[in-house]
Design a protein around this ligand. Structure first.
Ligand SMILES: Nc1ncnc2c1ncn2[C@@H]1O[C@H](COP(=O)(O)OP(=O)(O)O)[C@@H](O)[C@H]1O
Ligand SMILES: N[C@@H](CCC(=O)OP(=O)(O)O)C(=O)O
Length: 262
């Protein structure tokens, strides 16, 4: 292994898991499973934070658009999460690798006892060379009065998990290959930024929301995740999730996408 980073969280967003026509992107899921299984065999400790419950729920029911009602979104998430895990389990088993599901809410990581149990579960899985697949527990997540259980989204969730388990780095696989000086889906002259050492006001001003149909937080939530990682003295890499085999190049030490932090 040429890379010194041993424990790594990989986050993949809905727009990489669902095709523009709303169907499941089996090619990406297969490449992701193959790549993570191979890296797991090489001795890296990997945690996958996967979005896609609602997107896969929509695909399963043949629906085109995300419903506005929260109850319908939560029902879709519970349908899609089961199907998503079925696909992951099947694909990973093709590569002789077991996966496990962890559905988290914010309070689970906020309260010391549940936090400790969750982290113990993750480290036990890692010792057994099982890859934990984490998502927010969308069907039960609520924000009301003083009871906050939701993460703002999975970019934040992945940074919270990465710092809690003391991962060396977080790799965010997105529908875009890095941070640009403005949204490349809106400006054809946008330029990629390869290295971000500090989150300056100019960098923050460059980031806007998602302009894709399935994405949620856009670059704003990715910068928040980067801030969490950098505050903890850790690195975040933002790169394209189109072909997750790109992870091999990153683990080989190549500079791909945008690197935040050290
Ligand atoms: N400065 C920027 N650089 C790159 N992408 C940006 C920027 N500002 C906004 N975006 C948008 O953020 C999107 C990625 O976020 P999102 O759609 O939530 O994807 P994901 O599902 O991968 O989390 C890009 O496709 C792009 O439209
Ligand atoms: N927990 C939700 C995903 C939330 C989310 O942050 O999505 P994304 O912006 O696509 O990473 C789901 O599984 O549908």
């Amino acid at each position: 292994m040429t890379d010194t980073h041993q424990r790594v969280v990989v986050k993949i967003g809905t727009s990489s898991l669902v095709l523009p026509n709303g169907r499941i992107n089996l090619k990406t899921i297969d490449q992701l499973s193959f790549t993570l299984a191979t890296l797991n065999n090489q001795g890296y400790e990997l945690i996958l934070v996967s979005s896609g419950a609602i997107g896969v729920g929509l695909a399963s029911l043949g629906l085109k658009n995300r419903p506005a009602e929260i109850a319908k979104q939560q029902a879709l998430a519970s349908i899609g999460q089961a199907e998503l895990m079925r696909i992951y389990s099947q694909r990973f088993l093709d590569y002789q690798t077991h996966v496990a599901q962890l559905l988290l809410t914010r309070d689970v990581l906020d309260f010391p006892v549940s936090r400790r149990h969750t982290l113990n579960t993750i480290s036990t899985l890692l010792k057994q060379r099982v890859i934990p697949i984490v998502n927010e527990n969308d069907p039960v997540s609520v924000d009301e009065l003083d009871h906050y259980t939701t993460f703002s989204d999975n970019d934040e969730l992945s940074a919270q998990v990465a710092t809690a388990i003391d991962a060396d780095r977080l790799i965010v696989l997105s529908d875009i290959d890095g941070l640009y000086d403005k949204d490349p889906h809106k400006f054809s002259n946008a330029q990629i930024i390869r290295k971000v050492a500090t989150l300056t006001p100019e960098i923050k001003a460059a980031a806007s929301g998602s302009s894709t149909r399935f994405g949620t937080g856009g670059m704003v939530t990715k910068l928040r995740a980067a801030a969490t990682m950098m505050q903890a003295g850790k690195q975040m890499i933002l790169c394209s999730g189109k072909n997750p085999k790109i992870l091999f190049d990153i683990f080989d030490g190549q500079t791909i996408g945008t690197h935040f932090g050290k």
